[in-house]
Design a protein around this ligand. Structure first.
Ligand code: SAH
Length: 458
């Protein structure tokens, strides 16, 4: 066989037309059919590109100059967009973002799952796709003897020191980060120095209830003792009455992991509260809670619509977390069983059930792939199963347990179209049919794609 040489060489500058976009948001150019991935390029554009890496079947390039611009290109409104890397899609119109996400679901289902010809609805977006995040965790550093806060520059641990705000974060959280930093700075509290593992304040985390407007401040420190802590707390809480909880988390380790093991309430409540639809949630410093409640409501409404409950059904919610979906389902079902691997999440789930006076749910700690076969052996016969697994998708054992339980419907909530497609193939081969899929934009300006699929027994 003749050796095929790529049509491009490292370091050369070429003109490229972008025909597609990758899951990471890079433009895909084709040079005589050879794909070149170029960050910041948009489909429909032509640009001067410097080739920076050439592999056997593809290469990477750097965009030098756009020679023909897409109508969907927009000026990124964030002043640190190109340094930060937290967002990847600010340079494209929101319509294009929504289309891109839908196309991604469609192409994964086709390529990986061999599923075609079913309705994949247009992505449900946000009316205002900014300032949606209810939680921020931001590193603290020092520059010229002053405290600074900012996200890390892409692929480094260097704080972006001209980051004034994060425009996908709820404004109140941005303001609280500023307030904590200013007061701590004035009181002489030191930033954590990662290199020498000294100093005190590592991260500031702020979470606010979108409906309740309650705020929790979490100070993540290297040491338990922090000089002037009392003064910091009283200044903060006296100035900002919406702060309901101040918590310290102590992380003594040399690590990238943000939160340490020990958490203590310094002031106020252990929890703040928030609501999604009719359901209330108590959220502690370590609880998992969806970061975009507006879109979570739309996603869960769709999941509930797909579950099509009349009040007589037994439902399983696998990978239930703090019981968010379970509690939504319970309002319309006879009985809901939730399973989740993290014990703290299950205790939150139980508390949340009590808080809402919902008593037709039972929560279990364990691996869903082990608990489901056990439930089946106990004779549990679910009418509907809802799954919401992490990025790696469902365990194969769990998929087979579902097939054996023969529910009428499966509702699959997915944050990764590739593993969704893989798992749908297993379900299709086992006698189920994917009826429709609804993408929901949970994370505007980023490449994350979330969707919910309805799967019926044939
Ligand atoms: N449905 C929830 C959380 C979904 S995130 C919500 O919407 O809030 C996925 C969850 O799966 C996480 O809480 C994670 O801890 C859990 N998980 C991961 N692997 C698991 C497994 N093997 N068995 C059960 N739960 C698992």
């Amino acid at each position: 066989m003749t050796k095929i040489t790529p049509p491009v060489k490292k370091n050369e500058t070429i003109e490229v037309e972008f025909v597609d976009i990758t899951h990471e948001g890079a433009g895909v150019g084709k040079v005589d059919g050879f794909p070149l991935f170029v960050p910041n390029g948009l489909p429909g554009e032509t640009a001067q590109v410097k080739v920076i890496k050439v592999k056997k079947n593809f290469g990477f390039g750097r965009l030098l100059e756009i020679t023909s611009q897409s109508a969907d290109r927009v000026e990124p409104p964030c002043n640190v967009y190109h340094k930060c890397g937290g967002c990847q899609l600010q340079h494209m119109s929101y319509e294009m973002q929504l289309d891109m996400k839908r196309n991604q679901v469609q192409s994964s289902l086709k390529k990986i799952g061999h599923i075609e010809g079913i309705p994949i609805h247009p992505t449900i977006g946000m009316e205002d796709p900014w300032r949606y995040r209810n939680k921020v965790q931001i590193p603290v550093g020092e520059k010229n003897g002053e405290l600074i806060t900012g996200f890390y520059r892409k692929q480094t641990h260097e704080i972006i020191d001209d980051m004034e705000r994060c425009i996908i974060t709820d404004e109140v959280n941005d303001r609280m980060v500023d307030a904590v930093r200013e007061i701590a700075n004035r009181l002489g509290i030191q930033a954590y120095d990662e290199e020498h593992h000294r100093g005190t304040l590592r991260h500031i985390m702020v979470r606010s209830g979108q409906v309740t407007k309650q705020t929790m401040i979490v100070l993540i420190t290297r040491t338990e003792k922090v000089p002037q802590l009392e003064t910091l707390i009283s200044e903060l809480t006296e100035t900002y009455p919406h702060i309901k909880s101040v918590v310290q988390n102590i992380n003594t380790d040399r690590t990238n992991v943000i939160l340490g093991k020990k958490t203590k309430v310094l002031w106020g409540e252990e929890y703040i509260y928030d609501e999604i639809g009719d359901v209330k949630f108590a959220i502690s410093a370590k609880s998992f809670y969806q970061v975009n409640p507006t879109q979570t409501k739309k996603l869960y409404d769709k999941a509930l619509e797909y579950a099509d409950l009349s009040g007589n059904e037994t439902v399983i919610d696998a990978y239930c977390g703090i019981g968010t979906i379970s509690l939504f389902l319970a309002q319309k079902a006879k009985k809901v069983y939730g399973v989740e691997i993290v014990p703290e999440a299950i205790s939150d789930a139980k508390e949340n059930a009590k808080l809402n006076h919902i008593d037709n749910v039972e929560f279990y700690v364990g691996q869903a792939e082990k608990v489901m076969p056990w439930w089946q052996a106990q004779g549990l016969k679910p009418d509907v199963i809802v799954v919401d697994p992490p990025r790696k998708g469902c365990d194969e054992v769990l998929l087979h347990a579902m097939l054996e339980m023969k529910p009428k419907r499966i509702v699959y909530v997915s944050c990764n179209p590739s593993t969704l497609a893989r798992d749908l193939r297993v379900l299709e081969d086992g006698g189920y049919h994917t009826k429709e899929v609804q993408p929901v934009d949970m994370f505007p300006q980023t490449t994350h794609v979330e969707c919910v699929a309805l799967i019926d027994r044939v």
